[in-house]
Design a protein around this ligand. Structure first.
Ligand SMILES: Nc1nc2c(ncn2[C@@H]2O[C@H](COP(=O)(O)OP(=O)(O)OP(=O)(O)O)[C@@H](O)[C@H]2O)c(=O)[nH]1
Ligand SMILES: [Mg+2]
Length: 471
């Protein structure tokens, strides 16, 4: 069931993680939040006097139900609109016993609260214009951020950086639309209010900005979910050993039997504030074995999806086979969008010959786009070189630029971009003004859907249902 936007129920939920903890916080929000909490809250043996309530102040007291004390608590009251939701709200910090938490909820419900739905506190804040939809979504991103980079992007969006850029775009588009629509009103007279040349320039500028934001999704998504790094190479080169060494645990099976890894294995890892998604893949070789073949097809697919490709080479094989497998991996890399790091693995077997081999391979490949390092995955030697190379391989060069991290925003920007392209074509082909105006309205609609200026109850329901209960 979706909550109606105008719902006036007073809601409650546990806002801290479920289970036992030192402290648990229960949130209450709605027009009856103060009277409901006051009925349960005692100080010095007397019910809390609501008329003396001071907003944003924490009160120490007891939760008492049917004459029995349930817990000693701190209650903070927030008078609307100066609260997270914009409504009268209270936060009860109790001891984190599972029993106390459940009992407290039961008592609140008995006094007239209803259990909040997922994301309902944030949804109310949005409805009460505490922030726009993109900022509300940034709160969910902030809560789930696992790395410094993801945190930085979420904070920028929460502060309204992205929303401001969209507002500028929308006001430019509105200006264009109103000029064009003015012409419609005077269509009998065959006048042109909007200077076509100026209009085209403005349109191109807006389209460029929309496309820039849209294109930032690739990086934004990588920051949020981990930069995809595929570990590929011939069988037995030590790909799974490397994955295990990076993770510091025996995640993938390692053996000297060629073709050990059949399927891809993915794990995320935070290295110096950046989240990576390492993908161990099935070793590349010619085989007739059906399952292994499927695994190898998946390896090739993972190469196309990765931002960084670690090409594993085996130092125990001869130089020419290393060069040929390096070339094979290189041929699969799209250097415009991907980085290749070749790792000469098992250098522990080489007795000081690592650097010589490295030089030879550099010369053999003669390619500045390819980075080459030596390591021993088994003995965890050279991993720091790999970390440094990874750090310089991913395009985090513009840390404070607005990045799109949300699929919904990416889709809306893509639709807006399509509509703007139609406007552009329409102007080129001199098609009737009303059709151009319709495309402009479509672009406005899609941009407005990101911040929630234009939205439906159904869309809101689907966005907020992804939040946790209590948020
Ligand atoms: N000496 C040495 N042996 C290594 C090193 N890394 C891996 N090995 C050995 O190489 C063999 C193959 O390692 P795996 O990690 O299973 O290789 P893989 O590339 O995942 O192989 P497939 O899954 O079959 O494609 C194992 O016996 C490892 O112990 C290393 O740095 N030095
Ligand atoms: Mg393997």
């Amino acid at each position: 069931m979706q909550t109606n936007i105008l719902n006036s129920d007073t809601i409650c939920a546990i806002a801290t993680p479920h289970g036992m903890g030192a402290i648990a916080t229960i949130r209450v929000s709605g027009s009856k939040a103060f009277p409901i909490v006051s009925q349960l809250f005692e100080q010095h043996g007397k019910l809390f006097d609501m008329t003396k309530l001071v907003s944003h102040k924490a009160y120490f007291g007891q939760i008492v139900n049917n004459g029995a004390m349930l817990d000693e608590v701190l209650v903070t009251f927030f008078k609307g609109p100066h609260s997270f939701t914009g409504e009268d709200s209270a936060e009860i910090s109790a001891h984190g016993s599972v029993y106390v938490q459940q009992k407290l909820l039961q008592v609140l419900i008995a006094k007239g609260c209803r259990m909040a739905e997922a994301g309902e506190f944030t949804r109310r804040a949005f409805v009460n214009r505490k922030f726009d939809l993109a900022q509300a979504e940034a709160i969910a991103d902030l809560i789930s951020s696992e790395s410094e980079a993801a945190h930085r992007v979420a904070i920028n969006q929460l502060k309204g950086g992205f929303s401001k850029e969209l507002q500028v775009l929308r006001s430019k588009l509105l200006e264009m639309t109103s000029l064009i629509e003015l012409e419609l009103d005077f269509s009998e007279e065959d006048v042109e209010f909007a200077d076509r040349k100026q209009l085209k320039a403005l349109l191109q500028e807006t389209l460029d900005k929309v496309n820039k934001l849209k294109d930032s999704f690739c990086l934004g998504n990588a920051i949020k979910n981990g930069i995809p790094v595929a570990i590929v190479g011939q069988t037995n080169t030590g790909k799974s050993t490397l994955l295990n060494a990076l993770l510091g645990e025996d995640r993938a099976i390692v053996s000297d039997i060629a073709g050990t890894t059949r399927d891809t294995i993915e794990e995320t890892l935070n290295i110096n504030g950046i989240l990576y998604r390492f993908i161990d893949t099935a070793g590349l070789r010619n085989t007739d074995e059906t399952i292994e073949k499927i695994g190898i097809e998946r390896s090739y697919k993972k190469i196309t999806e990765a931002s960084i490709i670690i090409g594993m080479l085996d130092a125990t094989t001869d130089y020419l086979s290393m060069l040929s497998s390096a070339n094979e991996i290189r041929s699969k890399v799209d250097f415009e969008h991907q980085q290749l790091v070749l790792c000469i693995n098992k250098v522990d077997t080489l007795a000081d010959q690592g650097e010589v081999l490295l030089g030879q391979l550099r010369q053999g490949l003669d390619d500045d786009d390819v980075q080459i390092i030596c390591l021993s995955a088994k003995h965890k030697f050279g991993l720091n070189d790999l970390y440094n190379t990874l750090k310089h391989s991913q395009p985090l060069a513009y840390p404070d630029a607005t990045l799109v991290t949300n699929v919904r925003h990416f889709e809306a920007l893509s639709h807006a971009s399509e509509s703007l392209k139609s406007v552009q074509q329409g102007l080129e082909m001199d098609i009737p003004t009303d059709l151009i105006s319709q495309d402009l309205r479509d672009a406005l609609f899609h941009l407005g859907s990101i911040t929630g200026e234009i939205t439906s109850d159904e869309v809101l329901g689907s966005i907020f249902s992804r939040f946790c209960i209590g948020k």
